[in-house]
Design a protein around this ligand. Structure first.
Ligand SMILES: NC(=O)C1=CN([C@@H]2O[C@H](COP(=O)(O)OP(=O)(O)OC[C@H]3O[C@@H](n4cnc5c(N)ncnc54)[C@H](OP(=O)(O)O)[C@@H]3O)[C@@H](O)[C@H]2O)[C@@H](O)CC1
Ligand SMILES: Nc1ncnc2c1ncn2[C@@H]1O[C@H](COP(=O)(O)OP(=O)(O)O)[C@@H](O)[C@H]1O
Ligand SMILES: [Mg+2]
Length: 282
């Protein structure tokens, strides 16, 4: 089974051309952040910005507006009850849905809104509460998208796939992934201390990096944001996902060399420098 490699990362991240503007690096909409879990969507948005998305907008509970803009003036905001959200979903390149979304009636409405407004040309990343809601009602799974990426931890995957953690074998995971996204191209990022990535073509990759300092709330939210940023900028494809998984753990390992705990926001802070090193082959 292939390991994700530094060569793969170099094949995805390349130097930026002078004759470009923010529109060339993709628009990401992040949906999540209830009144209880605003930090999750703010961390995901920070990761999307620091991993290079040209434009980032956050659809969240209005209570999170002040914190979002204090932390990330680069991010745009839309109240997740705003009637213009449906139109906005249709206009972006990548949607990250789930970090801190919670499981309220409003969260269910947002998944329904997402499903009906997708164009078929977009990449959708489903994480956390979005996956838990789909586990309870499979009708909420988006069906019109270029690529559907799911990023569960093992318990979220147990709820979604009905595979208990000891029975999450490669073949069972592939079958469950294909069953969840019939007719669509899908990627499963099954997160653990040894994260594996599966795609509906039957490929399986392992992530050789990562450390237990990364076992901090928000590390997965940050990964969802990086996947969003990479898909927006480098294209909605499996290699963009693999590169995001790799750089997230590489950053975590660099921080972990001299920090007992790896804060997710430190991972985000390191990304622009690591991407520069890779792009310039430094
Ligand atoms: N700052 C914020 O706003 C943050 C908000 N967040 C938001 O909180 C919401 C709930 O998400 P969640 O992940 O915290 O809870 P849940 O889905 O119940 O999972 C925990 C259960 O699963 C089990 N478990 C087994 N294997 C596991 C594994 N490999 N990795 C992890 N867990 C594993 C685990 O087992 P135990 O710890 O009991 O041994 C436990 O029983 C969601 O919207 C999320 O985005 C977070 O992002 C954090 C930062
Ligand atoms: N012991 C560990 N070794 C390596 N990576 C870890 C370890 N514990 C957690 N991680 C990584 O941290 C992230 C945790 O994701 P998740 O549970 O969704 O966090 P959260 O929802 O709190 O943001 C995953 O990317 C996982 O691979
Ligand atoms: Mg999570």
């Amino acid at each position: 089974m292939p390991e994700i490699s530094p060569e793969l990362l170099s094949s995805v991240i390349h130097p930026r051309q002078s004759d470009t503007h923010k529109g060339d690096y993709g628009r990401v909409l992040l949906i999540g952040g209830s009144d209880q879990y605003g930090g999750a969507i703010i961390m995901a948005a920070e990761a999307a910005i620091n991993s290079g998305s040209g434009l980032v907008c956050v659809a969240t509970h209005s209570i999170n507006l002040g914190a979002l803009h204090a932390r990330l003036p680069e991010a745009m905001f839309i109240d997740w009850r705003d009637r213009n959200l449906g139109a906005m979903i249709g206009q972006v390149d990548v949607i990250v849905c789930g970090p801190g979304l919670g499981q309220s009636d409003q969260a269910i409405k947002l998944l329904q809104l997402l499903k009906v407004n997708l164009t078929g040309e977009q990449t959708v990343i489903l994480d956390a509460s979005a996956l838990d809601l789909i586990a309870k009602n499979k009708e909420l799974m988006p069906t019109r998208s270029k690529l559907i990426i799911m990023t569960p931890h093992q318990m979220e995957w147990q709820r979604l796939s009905q595979l208990r953690i000891p029975f999450q074998t490669d073949s069972a995971n592939l079958a469950a992934l294909r069953a969840l996204v019939p007719g669509s191209k899908g990627v499963l990022v099954l997160k653990s201390n040894h994260t594996k990535v599966f795609d509906t073509d039957g490929n399986i990759y392992t992530n050789p990096l990562g450390n237990p300092g990364m076992a901090t709330g928000g590390t997965g939210d940050t990964l969802a944001g990086i996947i969003g940023g990479f898909c927006a900028q480098f294209g909605g494809k499996v290699n963009s996902v693999l590169a995001a998984v790799y750089i997230h753990s590489w950053a975590g390992d660099l921080i972990g060399q001299d920090h007992y705990v790896v804060r997710p926001t430190q991972i985000s802070a390191l990304l622009p420098r690591l991407m520069k090193k890779v792009a310039e082959k430094l």
